[in-house]
Design a protein around this ligand. Structure first.
Ligand code: DGP
Length: 111
């Protein structure tokens, strides 16, 4: 079980801010911005590189949840949505997740 499956199953705690039958959103334990939320599908897809045509609707949904949470969290001056896929991207949990970052100016290019 990945750490995110354990959070979804409520085996370990997290600050969950949104949930439905397909996905859950909670605050990142190691925030990189004043707002740093992870949006995680309940169905395990290890990473974006492993997504298939079968995941099309789920992937679209994760982005729309990011949009909705950005509004709810008042990220009105902008926000960044990130998916790290694979070792060069710094992926550390092999369970697909979308990072939503905001409430500070974010540099570009990323490190
Ligand atoms: P990534 O590097 O893209 O795989 O991001 C994984 C993120 O997951 C990282 O920003 C830290 C976060 N994280 C890892 N373990 C936990 C945990 O137990 N609880 C919470 N809330 N976040 C976690």
């Amino acid at each position: 079980m990945t750490i995110f499956e354990k959070i979804i199953a409520r085996h370990i705690p997290a600050e969950i801010i949104w949930e439905d039958n397909e996905a859950v959103a909670f605050h990142d334990v190691n925030p990189q911005a004043p707002v740093h939320v992870l949006i995680v599908p309940k169905r395990v897809v290890p990473r974006l590189a492993d997504a298939t045509e079968n995941d099309r609707a789920l992937l679209g949904k994760l982005l729309l949840v990011a949009r909705d949470l950005a509004k709810k969290l008042d990220l009105s001056s902008g926000y960044r949505v990130v998916i790290n896929s694979g070792p060069d991207a710094g992926e550390s949990v092999p369970h697909l997740h979308v990072h939503l970052l905001g409430k500070r100016a974010l540099a570009w290019p990323p490190g």
